[in-house]
Write a protein that binds this ligand. Structure first.
Ligand code: S5P
Length: 256
């Protein structure tokens, strides 16, 4: 298999290229899921953990005290620590609707999120709608091909069709949210949520796999970690532990 740097060279989408490049340069395949509902706590967490991550994933609509300065401050931290911003909006409507949800409203996601994601459920028109807004800004889209919780419906044929849909719009689709590697086309990045240092569950359906299982055994590229980091006694140290575990698993996979 190719290194992240070799894969960066294959990518034409600028966000995919930037992502693989900074993963290689900063030796991290860790994405922080910053699911924090208070702005100051959110920013403090991102500043503390920023040096260990390649991507910070947000759910901007769960923040109680969101205001326009939130994004400016997040962008400053992204520059300071050199990470990409991924708004986990999970678009799932028709093309004309997702286009406006992406560009307009109170969040103007297209203006600041390098990466977004979408369900494949509405079909290729939704990707086209998002692409009308994001492509000329150099943004990238992850299609949700698989999900982490128990009993979810994104399985088998749905997953295969999602990957096919992504391949058909590979100028804008940079990869997949998945539990495993789904294609040998190395331009696509696979990002996997439901990761903790110890496998387990959360009581609301979430299923946790370890970094080694996700990266080495199942061939994914990026581990997405939320509570494993921000609920730890020391999130900075926890992030370093996840970063090391993810990077060790990647190096082991390269040697295998
Ligand atoms: O299938 C999925 C897809 C996503 S993007 N399962 C997930 O858990 N996620 C997101 O990853 C979820 O919305 C949350 O923000 C994060 C996992 O958080 P954790 O606290 O369980 O690590």
């Amino acid at each position: 298999m190719k290194t992240y740097a070799e894969r960066a060279a294959l990518c034409t989408n600028p966000t995919a290229k930037a992502l693989f490049t900074l993963m290689e340069e900063q030796q991290t395949n860790l994405c922080l899921s910053a699911d924090i509902i208070e702005k100051e706590k959110f920013l403090a967490l991102v500043d503390a953990v920023g040096p260990s991550v390649c991507v910070v994933k947000t759910h901007i609509d769960m923040m109680d005290d969101f205001d326009t300065t939130t994004i400016v401050q997040l962008q400053r931290l992204a520059e300071k620590h050199a990470f990409l911003i991924f708004e986990d909006r999970k678009f799932a409507d028709i093309g004309n609707t997702v286009k406006h949800q992406y560009q307009n409203g109170m969040y103007n996601i297209a203006d600041w999120a390098h990466i977004i994601n979408a369900h494949a459920l509405p079909g290729p028109g939704a990707i086209e709608g998002l692409k009308e807004v994001g492509l000329h800004k150099g943004r990238g889209l992850l299609l949700i091909a698989q999900m982490s919780p128990v009993g979810n419906l994104a399985t088998d044929g749905y997953t295969d069709k999602t990957v096919q849909m992504g391949k058909e719009q590979s100028d804008f689709v940079i990869g997949f949210i998945s539990n495993e590697k789904l294609t040998d086309d190395e331009r696509f990045v696979h990002m996997t949520p439901g990761v903790k240092l110890e496998a387990g569950a959360d009581g609301l359906g979430q299923v946790y796999k370890t970094p080694a299982s996700v990266i080495k055994d199942h061939g994914s590229d990026v581990i997405i970690v939320g509570r494993g980091i921000y609920e730890a006694d020391n999130p900075t140290q926890a992030a370093i532990a996840y970063r090391d575990a993810g990077w060790d698993a990647y190096r082991a996979r390269l040697k295998a």
